[in-house]
Design a protein around this ligand. Structure first.
Ligand code: PBG
Length: 327
């Protein structure tokens, strides 16, 4: 595999060397909210919680103790505005959580999601023209500036890798340029290169309150009903400075995972998204299937398709099974 020279964190020793499906390939998403002492159950995602910067440290310790190498942090913002400017505050919700985890659990590899949709009042992942009625009416320079500043604020807080999910053309290049001039030349970027405008994000938008207030995301995310130049998109992102790429959602796009893996030698992540998790949870709650078996089958399929890393809400359950030799 072509391993970027930016992959220097010790977590990569396990994340890039494991054979077969194991917990060392898993990344657990975590949702962060303002305040103290918060552990709010997310109704749409049974078993997942919104944490505050203090409680997430304890959770991070439990995650590391289970042997999960990495987490992916998402912020939620009670205050929103047109630019999404709360996304890049040095003392913002997610930035404080990154600092706290970094200090208390340094062995855990912190990936931060870089986007604006939880911070803009219209819920889109970009800055729009005034009076825009559709997200295709966007402002390129202010958007790329906001995205790059958000990534930089995460880097300064202590993130080990930034993961832009905004899907705005030019985002990776803009982030790389700003990180480089600010002294973060060795911070890797995981790009959500192959991100579809999917119905399977429903529960997530409930978790972070990021539903678009008008229009949908098909003008910037990939339309599931169209065919796309998958390999061209990966090539472009790698040329722009991505160190690793992602396919999202996972199970409905295993062909895309395989296609990418067959051609590119870089670490490939697949995101088993909120809807993929919630639908199995719902079916299991009704007694229609066995959750553990369904989870294992899904994760195995994603791994078989060629994903090196799997972002999954089941990371703790999987690791607990692996640790007790129950797999
Ligand atoms: C933000 C973002 C989304 C997800 C991850 N980052 C939602 C979206 O694009 O609408 C979805 C994750 C999930 O469903 O688990 N752009």
């Amino acid at each position: 595999m072509r391993i970027s020279t930016r992959f220097t964190h010790p977590a990569f020793d396990v994340m890039l060397s494991s054979q077969g499906l194991s917990k060392s390939r898993l990344i657990l998403p975590l949702f962060i909210v303002d305040g103290l002492n918060q552990r709010q159950p997310i109704e749409a995602l049974p078993g997942q919680f919104r944490w505050s910067a203090d409680t997430v440290v304890e959770e991070a310790q439990r995650i590391a103790d289970l042997g999960i190498p990495a987490v992916l942090l998402f912020g939620q913002s009670p205050q929103k505005n047109a630019q999404g400017s709360l996304a890049w505050q040095a003392d913002g919700t997610v930035q404080r959580a990154i600092q706290a985890i970094k200090q208390a659990v340094p062995q855990l590899f912190i990936i931060s999601d870089v986007c604006l949709c939880a911070y803009t009042e219209h819920g889109h992942c970009r800055v729009l023209k005034e009076d825009a009625t559709d997200p295709s009416e966007w402002l390129v320079a202010p958007t790329l500036d906001a995205i790059a500043k958000t990534a930089l604020s995460h880097a300064q807080a202590g993130a080990d890798m930034v993961a832009p999910s905004d899907k705005n053309p030019g985002n990776v290049k803009a982030i790389r340029a700003l990180l480089d001039v600010q002294g973060f030349e060795s911070l890797p970027i995981l790009s959500y290169t192959l991100k579809y405008a999917s119905a399977f994000y429903g529960p997530f938008r409930d978790a972070v309150d990021s539903s678009p207030q008008f229009g949908d995301r098909r003008s910037y995310q990939m339309d599931p009903h169209q065919s796309h130049d998958v390999l061209g998109l990966v090539k472009q992102d790698l040329a722009d400075g991505a160190d690793a790429v992602m396919v999202k959602p996972a199970a409905p796009y295993l062909d895309v995972v395989r296609q990418t893996k067959d051609v590119f030698d870089v670490p490939l992540a697949a995101y088993q998204v909120s809807g993929e998790y919630a639908m199995i949870k719902a079916a299991a709650a009704r007694g229609a299937l066995d959750e553990t078996k369904a989870m294992m089958e899904m994760l195995q399929a994603i791994h078989r398709a060629g994903a090196d890393w799997i972002i999954t809400y089941w990371a703790k359950e999987f690791a607990a099974l692996e640790n007790t030799d129950a797999l």
